[in-house]
Design a protein. Sequence first.
Lengths: 696, 313, 223, 493
Amino acid sequence: MSSALTDLQSTTLLQFALCVYGVGGVGSLAAIRREKLANLVGFGSGTVAAICGIGAALLALIGEPADGARSFDLWPSLIPFVRLSVKLDPLSAFFVLIVSVLALALSIYSFGYVRGFYGRKSVGALGALYNALLLATTLVFTAGNALFFLVAWEIMALTAYCLVSFEHEQAETRNAGVLFFIMSHVGTGCLIVGFLLLFQASGQALGDFSPEAYSFENFRALGSNLSPGRRDAAFVFFLLGFGVKAGIVPLHVWLPAAHPVAPSNASALLSGVMIKTGIYGLTRVLFDFLGTPPNWWGITILTVGTVSAVLGVLYALMEHDLKRLLAYHSIENIGIILMGLGAALMFLHTGHPVLASLALIAGLYHTLNHAIFKALLFLGAGAVLHATRTRNMEAMGGLIKRMPKTAFFFLMGAVAISALPPLNGFVSEWLTYQSLLQGFGTTSSLVKLMFPLSGAMLALTGALAAACFVKAFGITFLAQPRSEQAAQAHEASPTMLLGMGLLTVACVFLGLFPTVFLTVFGPLTQQLLGQPLPGYLTRGNGWVLGNAQELGGTVSTLGILLTGLCLAPVPLVLWLFFGRRTQVRIGPTWDCGLRGLTPQMEYTATGFSKPLRMIFKALFRPHREVQREYDYSPYFATTLRFESHIEEAFVTRLYRPFKRAVLLISRRMRVLQAGSIQAYLIYIFVTLLLLLLVAL
Amino acid sequence: MNAVIAILLQTVLLLALAPLISGCIRNWKAKLQNRRGPRVWQPYLDLAKFLRKDMVISEHASWIFRAMPKVLFISTLLAGLMVPLVSASAPLSLFGGALAFVGLLALGRFFLALGGLDTASAFGGMGSSREMTISAIAEPALMLAIFTVAIKAGSTNLSQMLLAAQGPTWQLLNPAHVLAFAALFIVLLAETGRIPVDNPATHLELTMIHEAMILEYSGRYLALIEWSASVKQLVLMALLVNIFFPVGIATNLSAVSLGLSLAWFVAKLLVLAAAVVLVETTNAKLRLFRVPDLLSAAFILATLALLSTFLFQ
Amino acid sequence: MNPPQSELASQWITLLAAGMLVIQLLMVVQRMLLTNIRLFALQSVMLAAIAATVAASHANATHVYWVAGLTLAGKVFFLPWLLHRQVRRIHIEQEIAPLLNASASMLLCGGFTLLGYIVARPFTSLAHLGNNTLGVAVTLLLTGFFLMINRRKAITQVLALLTVENGVMLAAVALTAYGMPLVVELGIFFDLMVAIMVLGLLVYRIRDRFSSMDVSKLSELKG
Amino acid sequence: MSVLVSILVAPIVAGLLCLLLPSRRAMALTNVLGFAVTLGLSLQLLPAVLQPPYAVTECDEFFRADALSAWMALLISVVSLGSALYAGRYFRRDLAAQAVTPGRVKEFYVLTPLFSGGMFLVVLANNLGVMWFALEATALSSVLLVAIYNRKTSLEAAWKYVILGSLGLALALFGTVFTYAAAIDQRAATGLPNFNWSHLMAIAGQLDTRMIKLAFVFVLVGYGTKAGLAPMHTWLPDAHSEAPSPTSAMLSGVSLKVALYALLRFHILTTASLGTPFSQTLLLVFGLASMCLAAPFILVQTNLKRLLAYSSLEHVGLICAGIGLNSPMTIFGALLHMGYHALTKPVLFFAAGNIHQTWHTLQLRRIGTGVAKVLPWTALCLGLGGAAAAGLPPFGLFFSELTVLSGGFASGQTAATAILLGAILASFCGILYQLTRILPGTPKVARTTDASPLDGVPTMVLMLGTLLVFSLWLPAPLLEVVRQAARVIGGLP
């Protein structure tokens, strides 16, 4: 198809998708009274819009990259300074693809999930907020100028806040919502400063400060007249602003608080997509606007990425609330993505565009993979929550027998997130390893030591993630049910299973056929780095994934899987040859002679993570408390109460003292308004005298 | 076509040789403790016995319990196929290098731990928790050692690493190689559950890690698990031996050179096995919370190896 | 330049201005409410006299006579009568202890006089009738302000406000050769009357709610 | 064409008419009609102001309306109409609850038109003395409005309001006299100098700079007190929280801005005559001080109406700082902000009024959580209004704040703009933190509200609707007026 045709289709499809989101939102709000209709309208339109979004993104990515042809004005701009220009360049198209794929799966999932809210909460409002969040996120990805970007960004934060505090009966939800909204708005403040610094530079370059100076084209064309001082300041503010939304370690505190309290389809959306807006922002600014970066940018992002990854997984290990565990894992995966981006920046500085494009592809591919398997896990957790009415893993167990399909999907998600071979997590972490490995040879200074060390930390993160998900899957799904609700849990409804199934298929496809998908990155690296797809990325006529080096290591998950299938008959042959006459007997588990195992004797999530808690006790500072009540002698306790918790370092060391200090100062300031009229008159008198001295 | 033959041959070699090595280790350890100890080919008999016995499966177990042995067995075999044993180019070297090797071992371990948890017994849970902890702490040292060698070879393909290390034998004694070997040796002890980290022979609930996970397995499944454990041990030893002392590896596929390199390979394996036996008999089992110190020592060794690649050039 | 007026008029105006300043200082130390009201009336008389002399000495400043007359009628007779009635109705005599004792406040008023003259110094060079009274006007303003801060009785605060008003009117006379346009003067005067009536109404309502006129009781609204 | 005179006459007539009318409904109707007339007239004034002489003058230059005053007149009429519409239901419920006597209600209906009439006079008067007189009139009429509830606290608030207000106006009068004196000097001729603002602007070049500087200081402290700038703002939270909701809406919504308008007239005069950025830096300093002072008070506030009062302090500070930054973009943003704030603040006060009448308290802790469950529509309007006041996008305040910020960055004053942004963020967090303490969640005790939860809601929805419409679509004449007003402040004709 000629490129003009594909461009036209992709823009019309995108426009249609945005309109359907809008219509869906308004429709489900209008039908707020009739829940079934609202559910259908809201999530039905979500599905349709998602499909159009996927179509638009794929067309934009696969069609020839005719630059600039794909921008259009969403609305004739009525306000003098905001031009609602939407631009679909390869980077935006990639992220629109992510949001649309997720929207499709989540909308299908939500049909079933929302039935739990009938009668309890207003389904129309949930549908409206859900569509509004998707609309705002898609606009964030495709905004063409800074003002429209900030507007979409803020509306996204507002709708996300409403979604997070959707079930606002509990105080915990309200506090989480407020913490989220305040931190994200402070982040937006930093973004505003960053964009205005760029606006200042582009205004001076253009000569006048018209609304045109906000457009991303002018930012891109800044190049030389962006002074180094202003560039570094802009970088710091952008890192803070986007870092808060992405959940980088020092600014991550809102994430484990906000995601668990949101309804599961919303928290899947938050974790899968809204965090990626931070990554999109960083990529757009660092690779598109700020030109060739100095060395310390790359080092900062690489360090921050490594620290976020390690701390994210360590805190995740200690959680026994299923959704908080998944939220912490989002921080870990964001860390891995930032490792890729940081490495790419360092390669750009040392002038290795091929390696930079490899690292960038590693980072962005992991963004896509994380979006998909994190959403899958959240949907699984949502189904479990829906069935057992609790998020506490200690009260679950044995769900694999009552919810076999959900268990299978959760297991596939767990294998993917732990970066185990056949699935997509492994492929993107493999690419990250390769880019870190080749980074060692690029510079002579001691900085090159950072690459292997962050590689080692990535390995540590991967292994800890595997441990964490063995715990999560094992304690939740395997062995005996530990509580009454877990015993009566029922399988998720078909639409929920379909949603999860879709994401699992996506995981498998992205895992087995990475070379097919990597062609999508061609126009993207061309736009950002001016570098076509690295030569040796796809080898062995499309089967094998290389690492852009002639002699470099290669991997082919498809090959591994097929060889594994070829080896499958070996145990079968052994069975035929030796054990045909053997029987299989179902017996009780070995209970050391006691009268049968009770669920209380099983291993608990806290127990499972005890060794790691002891090893990293400097970080966690665990606190455990055992109270025993006894009648006659302490050795024969009647009741035992055990309570243990770890200390979230950032909350107790950084945020709580800061909040206490702010409130203290504010209360101290109240003495200014102490009620006596004499004091007020003295204020005016002193001001008058000071001004007189100034004016003389 | 010869790729398929190479895969088959290597699989047969792996399956045949693995029990022999663990048999030798067990026998020599007994001899050192002046006991007669089981015969060297005892593991083969055990495997045959297990294959013929009936199986008892716990009532709480799910399909994961049944799938785990097969997945473990196949993933360990696949990892083995990626390591060059006798010929310089491993059969599956195109499909995966060092990272895929580590990934496949991790996949096996992941399902092994799940299998342990499935039977609702406290031992299984304790075993899986400790196994995952120790492997997590060992991972950075393993990865850093591999990185050191891969950086010298310029690629993570194990065959490339082997060819890069071919040079004259005295060149093998440079500090980077020695330190990386030491780090990997400690990781070998941790991964295969040897004495300082875990006691393979014991049934004392509190001390066993690897044993605890497979406590509930019997019959055919236990055979598969034991076999894959010994294959894993063979594969790790082969990695150690071939990457750091690539002496006598056949580069062409003629029968004579293959036979000669097989002899060299078995000899080197037995020397390494002797080293492992020596370590096992002279050391007592470490307390669980002392093992991380050992593994961080391995990590320090690997870092030093990395530093020495460019400090002493 | 203005037509040469007799030396007598400017001397006479400076004298009256000085008189106003002296009365102001007396009010600062005076504790009795009724005497304060009478002092204020006296001060207004002097202001009216100044206005009269200005009107007399200029040919076309006839409207200043109106100003003088109004000041006389309003500030000398009507307002003091109103305040008197208010004081008698609430029958409070004694002003309670002010914020600063007499000597400290006198010292401060000296300081304000100094500041007043520093402020007014660059403008005294304008050679037209009565400009040397600008220093007095500024001092009256500052001292009236200080009186307001110093006293705790509502009525005294109203009086202090009136003295500030006198200071401003004196400045108007001093700075502008023939005072401000009549419509502005009328407006200001009328506003003053309404203001005092509103203040009186408020004082009465506060009186019957708080049963005391101590302003420091009015401090419930905090934060 | 006596548009200006009729704008002034309409409210005064309405006020006097209310004196005679017996029933409360009739008085409410007259008020609404009066303000509707003023709204129509000021809308009619808008195009008239855009023709080249850019000013409409009547009775030989006594009344003068340029773009700035036309914009202010529009805001005054919008806010007054809004509060008149709301006052009807508000006082019906207050009378039912015997919180206020019928005499006081009549007092309200008489004084409110006089109050807004005074404000119209301020914006339309050309003579600076008359402007002072009009401001004094607004002050006096609003004092009795504040003291309508004869409670101790409202009397205290009224007393502080009148004392500080009159003192401020006395200082402002002193400043005005100084300006007049500066005009006199160079006119040695016998004729009295013309005290009209337009005339003074014409001869701005020859005014005595030292005197103008001193005059601006006094005017800044005087009118600054009435406008509630930082150190002189202490009466603002008391007066706005103790007044009945319609009055506090007018006080917060527009009366602060009218005093700021008077200060701006002198600022324009001083900049024209001095040429140095003396008055701009002072405005910027006081604006920033107000914003930075408001933030902590918002954060630890316990009373709902005081919270809204401090939020008005912050917004007026933003407008003043915007004009202090003195680049065409920031002034345009500040004026736009005036308009949007005038639409947002009344909605918040009306919602606070409803909550006050239902819970009979303004203490946030005693209102407790769950307002959304008891008064769903009022809570929705309070939420949306709060979002608008905090500066969230769908509403116009976000755009005006962003214009001020980008203007600040464009003109190179990065540090001041950064402080401005910091203050905006701090007060955002404060407002959000406080509103989420009461809006969501489950109510502590089921409120048996006698009145229907739909009281006063149509007015709020109407004003929010207008805000939303004008946030998304700025019609040409309105935009042109604000641009022309920005040019006026920037020093052009």
